[in-house]
Design a protein around this ligand. Sequence first.
Ligand SMILES: Nc1ncnc2c1ncn2[C@@H]1O[C@H](COP(=O)(O)OP(=O)(O)OP(=O)(O)O)[C@@H](O)[C@H]1O
Length: 313
Amino acid sequence: MCTAYSSDCPPASSALHGGPAAPPAAVAAPVVSLREVSVVRRGRCILAVESFEAQSGEFVVVVGPNGAGKSTLLGVMNGFVRPAFFRPAFFRPGSGGPGNGRAEVLGCDMRSFGGWRVRKRVALVAQMVDVDARLPISVLETVMVGGYGRLGLWRRPGKALRELALSHLERTGIAHLAHRPFGQCSGGERQRAAIARALTQEPDILLLDEPTSALDWHAQRGILALVADIHAERRHTARPLTTVMVTHDLNALYHGGEGEARRTVPDRVVCMAEGRVTWSGPVADALDAERLTALYGTPIDIIRHGPRPVVLF
Ligand SMILES: Nc1ncnc2c1ncn2[C@@H]1O[C@H](COP(=O)(O)OP(=O)(O)OP(=O)(O)O)[C@@H](O)[C@H]1O
């Protein structure tokens, strides 16, 4: 069942084949609203979130130790992981029932077929995986895959999708790699291609799961600046982008680019541990030595470099 934007979760307007006008930015409902959501795997509760919300146009960063449930949370948001619900009073994961539990993304109830519907509008840049260099698929073809969900069952990818993909290759700075086999690209180039593919999906929500892991310093800075710029470009449009990024790089919270003008300052940081959201608040408060030491279970210090806090461990 869909509740916020319309009765059938219509796609927002698409450069690919046009479409109904996007919902106005003034829609008050959060684009992600999770309450008493749980995920159980092999009899173990790996996610038990009492409350998580993301507003339209918000930039949220999710941090926490390995196994905290961050990727699972992203999976619930893009419909790949089907949520169950728990009642906090009894804490019976997966017990379902009316309770107060709900999982809505872009106004779609993720319990029904919402996951299938929103997947077209929620793009995920997953953790980097190794790809065989002999894989016969070019960077351009990889990026075009992002538009397939919007094409529907009977339409074949055509010129419009190709041009859209090329424009996003340009935007992410790798237009010159369009015809190179994807598997022959460097880690940083592959992450740019993954972001271009996500943009070709024309998403309302962009999810990024450790987009800078395994990249060198220069590539990390480039990816973070790109993500920040893409988010900022849509901030004051009729269709602001909601960005949710998982990262282990706490210094990425504050600085994503070169120079003050390009720094990344997300709107909010969400801390997770043992499947739960343990804290949520502004970046300045998140970068607190005591809080981070407790979260990661290892001593963490914060020093200042000019106006910028730097996390040391
Ligand atoms: N399909 C599954 N079956 C069993 N356990 C799972 C499954 N998927 C995830 N888990 C477990 O759930 C926990 C949370 O996993 P998740 O990948 O969400 O954590 P994470 O915070 O993203 O971790 P990391 O920072 O290491 O990527 C982990 O202990 C993981 O082993």
